[in-house]
Design a protein around this ligand. Structure first.
Ligand code: BG6
Length: 500
């Protein structure tokens, strides 16, 4: 993985967005490109060609994008002395067309040829509903637009990538009939998050942690992805997906792979992804697990009144490799939980014997917690001697917060990093075909268990809680408890946290 900023400006290119009238373009893609332009990282010869079925004038399209940039970009027009908008927007055009009509692609070809200053480089971004991915790919192929004759041609595929192993495999095959794997960038936006990338630096650039990153010292690992929001207007999609497809197959397994992988032998994208694949190949999710559904979910728009779709899940997994033999990884995620927080907690084994007989037996084990969002940071929980007579110990924590060092807006949005990498041709932070397929192979049996007609219904839980009671009982059976260290209400939310 190369340093994207050190690589300098992106080359000239056209970014063609299919599904350009949708939310992703307005909230994420164009704001991210604008922020890159403000940071001086985007070539001035970057064009955006939006394609969608809506009847939008060029002016209405740009106005929509401007509103998105004003509302969501890290660098907004006029802020940070960024006066890029007029130049930037002048290179945005809109093409109305049907995704299955060869005429749309003929006109797109003409539009691209007329741009003049892109050196033939094109990124195609699939931001349409996933059902349309194969259609767009096929039509691009038929129109000869995927051929790298003058410049590069790359395709970015948004999630969900398939619904199960079979459909993901089929989609990979369809894409590969038109694009080589080296041209394909499958997005998992968690990989674009700065704190997620930091997992690798944290592990491999710090001898003190890497040396204890194994079953001799680690008791277990917990990964939590909790959200406060419900399904909102995405009920139609979500009700067919559920939490195990929506969060576990991609984001949670990606985080687990980064935590558990071996040090890559080289810094290139494929060596990194090979190591992640090895973790997925060795991953065993055991038969236990919990599925929950928040009360009120069935009344959400787009959700069936008798839906059994889980909105909360908790699983236990093992990585069957020497480093991790016998170490459980507890994974949980849910919507409408008490707070938005993503954290990885590594709980170390208890010190084998109390050093002093007067130490209270309750002295809790060391915990290292990576707070991925929000209030990004790292906490290390350890023991001190209570001042005064006696040798009682007290748990305290060392804390690092990104905001203290880099400011409140110091962290780029994930899409800024990912678009930069696509334009610069570095696929390290994108899922390779086999990686996505392995992740489905891991999750398919788990999902099938919950979708069998005789499967128990997901356990109801109150919005604003930490999920169903069964979720607590699930981990308590192993003599452990969920840790909640990061975030507003985390046990380490203060600068000097103290675990109860
Ligand atoms: C998406 C899921 O991939 O990730 C959503 O489809 C979820 O359901 C979102 O809300 C969470 O992303 P973030 O960046 O807000 O943690």
């Amino acid at each position: 993985m190369k340093d994207a900023v050190a690589r300098g400006k992106t080359p000239p290119a056209a970014v063609v967005i299919f599904g350009a009238s949708g939310d992703l373009t307005r909230r994420k893609l164009v704001p991210a490109l604008h922020s890159l332009a403000c940071r001086g990282l985007l070539s001035p010869s970057t064009h955006v060609v939006g394609i969608a079925r809506s009847d939008l004038s060029e002016e209405a399209f740009r106005r929509r994008l401007f509103e998105g940039v004003e509302a969501y970009a890290r660098y907004r027009p006029g802020e940070h002395l960024c006066e890029m908008w007029p130049h930037f927007a002048a290179r945005h055009t809109y093409l109305r067309g049907n995704y299955d009509d060869p005429e749309t692609y003929r006109r797109l070809g003409e539009r691209l040829a007329a741009l003049g200053d892109t050196e033939g480089n094109v990124v195609f971004y699939l931001a349409t509903p996933p059902l349309l991915y194969p259609v767009v790919v096929r039509r691009l192929g038929e129109a000869g637009l995927a051929r790298e004759e003058d410049g590069f041609r790359r395709i970015v595929v948004e999630k969900p990538f398939g619904h199960d192993y079979a459909s993901a495999h089929r989609l990979n095959r369809e894409i590969h009939t038109v694009f080589d794997e080296a041209q394909v960038y499958r997005i998992d936006h968690y990989l674009g998050k700065e704190t997620v990338q930091n997992i690798l630096t944290f592990r491999f650039a710090n001898t003190i942690f890497e040396a204890v990153w194994n079953r001799d010292c680690i008791d277990h690992v917990q990964i939590t992805m909790a959200e406060e929001v419900g399904v909102g207007h995405r009920g139609g999609y979500y009700d067919r997906a559920g939490v195990f497809r929506d969060m576990f197959q991609n984001h949670l397994l990606q985080l687990l792979a980064l935590v558990a992988m071996e040090r890559p032998a080289a810094a290139d994208a494929d060596t990194l992804r090979d190591e992640k694949v090895r973790v997925l190949e060795a991953l065993r999710v055991d038969g236990r697990g919990v599925a929950g559904q928040y009360i009120g979910y069935r009344e959400e728009p787009g959700v069936g009144p008798t839906s059994r779709t889980p909105t909360y899940g908790a699983l236990r997994a093992f990585v069957d490799r020497e480093r991790w033999r016998g170490v459980p990884f507890y994974l949980r995620s849910g919507k409408r939980l008490a707070e938005k927080v993503t954290e990885v907690a590594i709980q170390f084994k208890e010190a084998s014997l109390p050093v002093f007989t007067s130490s209270p037996p309750s002295a809790s084990p060391n915990v290292l917690c990576l707070c991925l969002q929000p209030d990004e940071g790292v906490h290390l929980h350890f023991h001190l001697k209570e001042p005064g007579a006696g040798m009682a110990t007290r748990p305290v924590s060392l804390t690092f917060h990104y905001a203290d060092l880099f400011g409140e807006r110091g962290l780029p949005d994930a899409y800024e990093r990912l678009l930069l990498d696509v334009l610069q041709g570095d696929p390290a932070l994108f899922a390779r075909a086999d990686e996505v397929e392995w992740a489905w192979k891991v999750m398919d049996p788990v999902i099938a268990r919950w979708e069998r007609p005789d499967a128990p219904a997901p356990q109801p839980y109150a919005p604003g809680s930490w999920g169903p009671e069964a979720g607590e009982a699930f981990i308590a059976r192993d003599g452990r408890r969920w840790l909640h260290l990061c975030g507003k209400h985390g046990q380490m939310s203060g600068r000097v946290g103290v675990l109860p």
